[in-house]
Design a protein around this ligand. Structure first.
Ligand SMILES: NC(=O)c1ccc[n+]([C@@H]2O[C@H](COP(=O)([O-])OP(=O)(O)OC[C@H]3O[C@@H](n4cnc5c(N)ncnc54)[C@H](O)[C@@H]3O)[C@@H](O)[C@H]2O)c1
Ligand SMILES: [Zn+2]
Length: 689
């Protein structure tokens, strides 16, 4: 068992031999950040004091390289470090007198910056700078925080580490804590690090390699001790049994759109579900009712998860959920009112982030998918801490006022204010059929660019892999999902919409676009051709529309559906009666749905493309030959033919159609429903009337 617990030393001397000091620091940081047992995402920081030349005077100076504000040690690059003159940084100790100067001291850090480095120094800079040792790590290891969040944390630190690790009680990071840490290190040369109460671990070493090994050794020591000492069964043993896996997923899918609807009125939220073993162990346990309300301990944890989760029984119905969430908001408002200070920023979104479902697992909701996923990861860190602390002692959350002071810290608020404005479709979820095709993928690109989460649904698995993979690379894996689905198969459509809800928690934008072409003179149109055309175009749009409509109705957040019909849905065209008629049916279906959807805020509009040759797969096959033959021209002249035929004398591209879809998908068209928009460079025959 111990083998699973011990962190392996991954230091590769051959790699480090090629690196300079900043390079070694980066190497060490990336190694430490690559294992969530060492530190949570974005948590912790690393530093080295490096002998350098002043770029202006050429003088020898010592420079502190320390992870700057924001970023994650696991994935950071060299530009993620801020750099500061050590001599200036140390001088600040003499300028600082009282705690109320702490925030002003952060401003003063800017005067210590070396080489005009634009990376803002973090609030932990002091803690690294004032420790005399050259290499310093600060991590939020679950095993160490479990000890640091136990009621008798002072005694346990001594017991576990036997005097090689010091202890400082909880204090918000800043120059004051930095001075205390520095003094402790200076006055106790036998120490190799310090546990910060309710927070985490500092460790140090003479070289980058030693420091890394030291950090691992101390965490391993804590983990092994915990494992040997923890009372079993953990969390007092199970109180409820886990539902079977398919039922857990089904319960999560039922609850997610309901929750989403209730917490997205002012800012759209995206969901994440997990029923990982460590989550089930906690939510099913005897200790859940006692531990969950105590809140998380490490500040990093609750900044992401809110101080407390909401417990949602699996069978909760809509009305009961209303009550639970309203109760949570009231509690949050009361906490804000109790703890606020004269200078506190206004109350932020009072909705829960973490939803714990006994027997089922955990749902998290945040402004985007990555944040929701990372919030869930943070809560898993918090669960690990509670498991350890409650198993060897009594678990302690952070005192409420301390938690509030961190959450509403003016520096934290300033960080939020510096964040870029949300994109137009941030927090929304789109489902696009035919998403691997020309118009479908251009539409996905357009929506992704506006911060929308996208599910690509297509019958062509290979194309889907390629298109989906490309978008994941460009926009991040959290933003994109792919699902192989045939729009004519009811069970597949239902399953695809279910997967969308499971992946993101709901649905706001539905683009009915999957299509084929079919050409034949009228009397040669076989029943098979007629039926296939109707199955994919009309019936396919109906099935997908109906399943999406149900989710939108459950959420009661409105929604927007866009049907890609065709110029041929408005204007008859020779030799394609099945296609034209099926496309006309799509337009009329959209109108019927617009009528019924309006009281629910569900808008349904149509975009009519014409002659989008480039990028489109339907123009790569027979259709082109038939259209060329019917117009008595060569296939290679088709694009020019259609351009000349249009009123504006311009070619139409997939991106042009995507722009029309974006208009209807976004709030730009909030007051339009039941409409169609021709994006066809102008065709008098398809003018609306
Ligand atoms: N390209 C044009 O000139 C043009 C003009 C008017 C209308 N349209 C319409 O635009 C839409 C998109 O066409 P495109 O030009 O991007 O073509 P495309 O062939 O590039 O894309 C269509 C996609 O739909 C998928 N698909 C086909 N049958 C499916 C099924 N049964 N289930 C799920 N997916 C299926 C295909 O695999 C393909 O990826 C179609 O509805 C088409 O009728 C296109
Ligand atoms: Zn920290």
């Amino acid at each position: 068992m111990t083998q699973d617990i011990l962190l392996p030393n991954l230091w590769d001397g051959a790699i480090s031999a090629t690196l300079d000091e900043p390079g070694k620091l980066l190497y060490r940081s990336n190694l430490l950040g690559s294992d969530l047992r060492i530190t949570n995402f974005g948590g912790g920081n690393t530093s080295a004091k490096v002998a350098s030349k002043d770029p202006l005077t050429g003088a020898d100076v010592s420079v502190l390289w320390v992870k700057g504000s924001g970023g994650d040690i696991g994935s950071m690059k060299l530009d993620g470090f801020s750099t500061l003159y050590m001599d200036k940084l140390l001088t600040l100790r003499t300028h600082y007198k009282t705690l109320d100067q702490e925030d002003a001291m952060v401003e003063a850090l800017n005067h210590c910056i070396f080489n005009l480095n634009p990376r803002a120094p973090s609030i932990d800079t002091w803690l690294h700078g004032f420790v005399p040792q050259v290499h310093v790590d600060h991590v939020h290891s679950d095993a160490v925080i479990a000890i640091a969040a136990a009621k008798d944390q002072v005694r346990l630190t001594q017991e576990v580490f036997g005097g090689e690790i010091g202890y400082l009680p909880w204090q918000r990071p800043g120059i004051d804590l930095g001075i205390k840490l520095g003094q402790m290190a200076e006055q106790n040369p036998e120490l190799v690090g310090v546990v910060l109460g309710s927070h985490g671990l500092f460790t140090w070493g003479a070289t980058a390699k030693d420091c890394y090994a030291q950090t691992l050794r101390i965490i391993n020591k804590a983990a092994v001790w915990l494992d040997a000492t923890i009372a079993r069964p953990v969390f007092g043993g199970p109180k409820v049994a886990a539902e079977p896996a398919p039922d857990r997923a089904a319960i999560a899918r039922r609850l997610m759109p309901l929750i989403r609807g209730k917490i997205s009125k002012t800012e759209m939220k995206v969901g994440h579900f997990t029923d990982a073993p460590e989550v089930l162990e906690f939510v099913n346990s005897q200790a859940l009712a006692e531990l969950a309300p105590m809140g998380t301990s490490c500040p990093d944890h609750f900044l992401r998860t809110k101080i407390k989760p909401l417990i949602v029984p699996a069978q909760t119905d809509d009305a009961a959920l209303d009550g639970l969430i309203a109760g949570y908001r009231d509690d949050y408002a009361a906490y804000y009112a109790r703890c606020r200070r004269a200078t506190s920023p206004a109350m932020r979104d009072p909705n829960p982030v973490i939803y714990l479902m006994p027997g089922v697992g955990m749902i998290s909701f945040a402004k985007d998918k990555a944040t929701a996923r990372i919030s869930a990861e943070f809560y898993v860190n918090a669960i690990n801490v509670m498991r350890g602390a409650s198993g060897v002692s009594v678990y302690q959350g952070l005192p409420e006022q301390e938690a509030f002071d961190i959450e509403y810290w003016l520096l934290e608020e300033a960080k939020l204010q510096r964040m870029p404005k949300p994109k137009a479709l941030q927090g929304r979820v789109a489902f696009i059929t035919g998403g691997a095709g020309g118009i479908g993928s251009a539409t996905a690109d357009r929506l992704l660019r506006e911060g929308c989460n996208v599910v690509l649904a297509d019958i062509d698995a290979a194309a889907l892999d390629e298109v989906g993979g490309g978008f994941s690379k460009r926009y991040g894996r959290d933003m994109v999902r792919s699902v192989v689905m045939d729009v004519t198969k009811e069970d597949q459509v239902i399953a695809a919409i279910e997967q969308t809800v499971a992946a993101f928690g709901g649905l706001d934008i539905l683009v009915n676009n999957a299509g084929i072409t079919a050409a034949a003179p009228f009397e040669e149109t076989t029943l098979a051709l007629w039926n296939r055309t109707f199955d994919i175009l009309s019936t396919g749009y109906f099935l997908v529309g109906r399943e999406g409509y149900k989710v939108m109705k459950t959420q009661s957040l409105g929604g927007s559906m866009i049907f890609i019909s065709s110029k041929n849905g408005v204007a008859a065209s020779p030799g394609a009666s099945a296609y034209c008629t099926a496309k006309a049916a799509e337009i009329h279906l959209a109108r019927c749905m617009a009528l019924e959807g309006a009281p629910l805020g569900i808008r349904v509009n149509v975009v009519n493309p014409d002659a989008v040759l480039r990028g489109s797969k339907i123009w790569q096959g027979e259709w082109s030959q038939q259209r060329a033959a019917s117009n008595k021209i060569a296939v290679s002249d088709l694009e020019e033919h259609y351009r000349k035929r249009s009123l504006l004398q311009r070619s139409v591209f997939p991106e042009d159609i995507a722009e029309g879809v974006y208009f209807f998908a976004s709030d730009l068209s909030a007051k339009s429903t039941g409409n169609f928009l021709n994006v066809d460079a102008g065709n008098a025959v398809s003018f609306s009337r």
